[in-house]
Design a protein. Structure first.
Length: 359
């Protein structure tokens, strides 16, 4: 296949591009605007492949999108281009509305016009795969909220039927884009699939997010900020496991379906930070434990308390399971950051210096 990947220079997008080039015979057209979080260095291992092409294009630019579709004639679209940081969406929501909603609409329309030019067989085989987040569902009950009588009750998980209740400008913009994608299937027949994933982590992660921020701050002796009490729970998914899942969906998923992708790793933020500190204590020991650098800061406005995904549909219908446990994936992640300080320095040479956003 020829797969058009939007946002292929970002964290998850670059993992998808690397996976496709390294594990298939498919061709990839990487369409990326190269915002602050897009980095072609994340694709250095595959950039010389004859099956890989990069196009610096903003998904809001319809004329350029039309050119790309006409020039490369893709068999599928994997739409990952998005603004994705909750704190950044609190500080400046307009970029999230423009990219995540207007950009998705523009891409859908460009795709639809191209799709309508295809033969009947090619139209049937075509896929538009929209990659979204579990944050569109809002949050789930937290163990602390349960009274003594139901303390042993199994806590609910997000399923593909969970109602949407986004809490932040980021998650609201992604919820909007999900609805647009489904409506283009219902109204126009465009063959779409939606996936919603839990919190990703792994190599090449931009350091505004919790895990890379903590790793880099710890190594430099800086404070390790914890929002509120640090009891917010997230389901952590290793990014390369996610990339495998996404490729499985675009090649084997059923049109019109939604698939939730999770890592089966519910962890409180404080536990995540303490685990990072313990691994660093073993790999890069210093006089004092890294955990002594932990500080508690004012919580994020509207902070969701718990996310957790039921990924049984992915297992049952597409035979996918995560290969990494949280412990193995986190150690691989830390070891990657320890040996790739040049990449870290380059991504921080721009406007972001690990300062807090979204206050």
């Amino acid at each position: 296949m020829i797969i058009l990947v939007t946002g292929g220079a970002g964290f998850i997008g670059s993992a998808v591009v690397r996976h496709i080039i390294d594990n298939s015979n498919d061709e990839v057209i990487n369409v990326d605007k190269l915002t602050y979080a897009g980095n072609l260095e994340s694709l250095a291992s595959i950039e010389s492949s004859e099956r890989y092409i990069f196009e610096q294009v903003d998904i809001c630019e319809r004329v350029e999108l039309d050119r790309v579709f006409k020039q490369y004639q893709p068999d599928a679209v994997m739409h990952l281009a998005a603004e994705s940081h909750v704190d950044r969406s609190i500080t400046g929501p307009s970029d999230f509305i423009q990219t995540n909603i207007v950009g998705t609409y523009t891409l859908l329309e460009a795709t639809r016009e191209y799709w309508n030019t295809l033969s009947a067989d090619a139209k049937k085989a075509f896929r538009f795969h929209h990659i979204s987040t579990d944050e569109v569902y809002g949050d789930l009950p937290h163990p602390d909220e349960l009274d003594g009588e139901i303390s042993n009750k199994v806590l609910p998980l997000f399923t593909e039927e969970t109602s949407y209740a986004p809490s932040s400008p980021y998650s609201a913009s992604k919820a909007s884009s999900d609805h647009l994608v489904r409506s283009w299937l219902r109204t126009y027949g465009l063959p779409t699939i939606v996936t919603n994933c839990s919190n990703n982590y792994g190599p090449y992660h931009f350091p505004e997010k919790l895990i890379p921020l903590v790793i880099l701050n710890a190594l430099e002796g800086k404070s390790l900020p914890i929002y509120g009490k640090g009891d917010q729970i997230r389901d952590w998914l290793y990014v390369e496991d996610h990339a495998r899942a996404l490729y499985k969906v675009v090649t084997s998923g059923k049109v019109g379906e939604t698939y939730n992708i999770g890592g089966h790793n519910e962890k409180q933020n404080l536990e995540v930070v303490n685990t990072i500190c313990c691994i660093l204590d073993a790999l890069v020991p210093k006089e004092a434990p890294y955990a002594e650098q932990i500080t508690y800061v004012t919580d994020r406005p509207g902070h969701d308390r718990r996310y957790a995904i039921d990924a049984s549909k992915m297992s049952r219908e597409l035979n996918w399971e995560p290969e990494e446990t949280f412990e193995t994936g986190l150690r691989k992640t830390i070891e990657w950051y320890l040996t790739n300080q040049t990449w870290c320095k380059h991504v921080e040479d721009g406007s972001y210096q690990r300062e807090r956003l979204g206050i």
